[in-house]
Design a protein around this ligand. Structure first.
Ligand code: PGA
Length: 255
């Protein structure tokens, strides 16, 4: 495996946090701290903050993403936002299948697939989240489960379209809990995801795919996690709300 062929991506996931005014403030503080990054820097923010985020990030190396999108282009889907609407605003990335959406909003592998297809077809890069619960890890089914989630999420995505896909391995038990997977645990599952891509597509596709780790990644543990050969960056929740902490993670991934 040649990690050097892949560019690391550090993406923040702000979840349901921050107003537009606060968004401007954080991004203004972040810009000088991440300007020399040798990795992609992305902030996925609430829909209502997208305009402020795009404005604040203009001319910088920070790209803006959303946290979800609907699979239809338009129509009677009260409360939903389409991938085309995001593209029209200048958004470049969208998270699909985050475990909080699977857990609290009835997201299934099938709807994750539909959202991912819509995102890629609209020209967005989808950050597709997969990961096991603590019970599933204890049952010893992590590898099989994550391989299955990955396969279903990517149904209908061609090899050529994989350059618009990032997989984020996020063990549910590590999200927002302060409990991080060890670097070896992260590496093991990210390697399973890469093998799955090699089986479904081919080795070339697997080598090129960016696979992130997410789950309580922070300024103190990022270095070790991103040093692993199959971990190409991270999806960061809590620590992405603090300019200084986020910039330290960006620096770790730029080495
Ligand atoms: P966390 O969240 O870094 O706060 O654990 C990660 C995520 O949910 O993407």
């Amino acid at each position: 495996m040649n990690k050097a062929v892949r560019k690391a991506v550090i993406a923040g996931n702000w979840k349901m946090n921050k107003t537009p005014a606060e968004t401007t403030e954080i991004i203004n503080a972040m810009k000088p701290l991440v300007k020399d990054a040798d990795c992609s820097v992305v902030l996925c923010v609430p829909y209502v903050d997208i305009h402020a985020a795009l404005t604040a990030a203009e001319g910088s190396n920070i790209e803006i993403g959303a946290e979800n999108c609907h699979w239809e282009k338009s129509g009677a889907y009260t409360g939903e936002i389409s991938a085309d609407m995001l593209t029209a605003m200048g958004v470049k990335y969208v998270i699909t299948g985050h475990s909080e959406r699977r857990q609290y909003f009835g997201e299934t592998d099938i709807t994750v697939n539909k959202r991912t297809l819509a995102a890629v077809n609209a020209g967005l890069t989808a950050i597709v989240c997969v990961g096991e619960t603590l019970e599933q890890r204890e049952q010893g089914i992590t590898g099989e489960l994550v391989a299955m989630q990955t396969k279903i999420a990517l149904g209908g995505i061609s090899k050529e379209q994989l350059n618009k896909i990032i997989i984020a391995y996020e063990p549910v038990w590590a999200i927002g809990t302060g409990k991080t997977a060890t670097a070896d645990q992260a590496e093991e599952v990210c390697a399973v995801i890469r093998e799955t891509i090699a089986k479904v597509y081919d080795n070339e596709a697997a080598e090129a795919l960016t696979i992130q780790y997410g789950g309580s990644m922070n300024a103190a543990n990022a270095d070790e996690l991103v040093s692993k050969v199959n971990v190409d960056g991270g999806l960061i929740g809590g620590a992405s709300l603090k300019a200084e902490d986020f910039s330290i993670i960006v620096k770790a991934a730029s080495k």
